[in-house]
Write a protein that binds this ligand. Structure first.
Ligand SMILES: Nc1ncnc2c1ncn2[C@@H]1O[C@H](COP(=O)(O)OP(=O)(O)OP(=O)(O)O)[C@@H](O)[C@H]1O
Length: 220
């Protein structure tokens, strides 16, 4: 279970952008979070991914409340969650080849030695050729970079996947390809998914359940 319990969070303690929001995902469940632009979906997604510490409320992962965020959160908690953001260039180190970008979480957790096989397997799944894997982010398209970012999010086989507007800047065929990769991953690994979007049609297609921001308990 991934539980967000009465989360208040933001960038200024006196004016939080997320107030008192609660959301629960059962293991293996795909939940779509729908809401208007600027309501705080990305901020909540970052809290759920243990990347942003809330001012109040708790993130409870598989029954255990998580303390801290980023490097202060326990590693086994952080690696249980894979994240893909809307803008791949903001989350990709420009110095790394796509191969090394996908392998980064393996290296960071001391499992770099066997990275080659896993990277090749994921590159095939997300549709990146060997030649593209040798390029750096500025040498590939947004769609190709997002494919690499999705592979990176899956490389540690997370039990939870958070996709924050993952396909918002992609064309229809790349969107369909990436959604299919996530569906296949969930089918084989039984992972849960929190998909954040303002696109109800897309969320309807790939989620078991849609939660509207207004149903999360959010205070204005
Ligand atoms: N790093 C930041 N510093 C200060 N304010 C921020 C920061 N990031 C977001 N905000 C503000 O927080 C509010 C919520 O932003 P957030 O990105 O969480 O909303 P959202 O629902 O994901 O929007 P969208 O659908 O447009 O991506 C907005 O008013 C935004 O301007």
């Amino acid at each position: 279970m991934l539980e967000l319990d009465a989360i208040t969070a933001g960038y200024d303690r006196r004016a939080p952008v997320v107030r008192d929001v609660s959301l629960r995902l059962a293991p293996g469940e795909a939940v779509g979070l729908l809401g208007p632009s600027g309501c705080g979906k990305s901020t909540l997604a970052r809290v759920a991914a243990l990347l942003h510490r809330p001012y109040a409320g708790r993130v409870v992962l598989d029954g255990e409340p998580v303390t801290g965020a980023r490097h202060t959160a326990p590693r086994d908690r952080r690696t249980a969650i894979g994240v893909v953001f809307q803008q791949p260039r903001m989350s990709a180190d420009p110095r790394l080849t796509l191969h090394d970008l996908i392998a980064e979480p393996l290296r960071a957790t001391g499992r770099g030695a066997g990275a080659g096989t896993r990277v090749a397997e994921l590159a095939g799944a997300v549709g990146l050729t060997g030649e593209l894997l040798t390029r750096r982010p500025h040498e590939v398209s947004d769609g190709q970079l997002q494919r690499a970012c999705l592979a990176r999010a899956l490389v540690l086989r997370p039990r939870w996947l958070i996709c924050d507007e993952m396909t918002a800047m992609l064309d229809a065929s790349t969107t369909a390809a990436l959604v299919a990769v996530v569906e296949e991953y969930r089918r084989t690994e039984g992972a849960g998914l929190l998909a954040v979007s303002h696109d109800r049609v897309l969320l309807n297609r790939w989620c078991d359940r849609i939660v509207d921001w207004s149903e999360t308990g959010a205070q204005r």
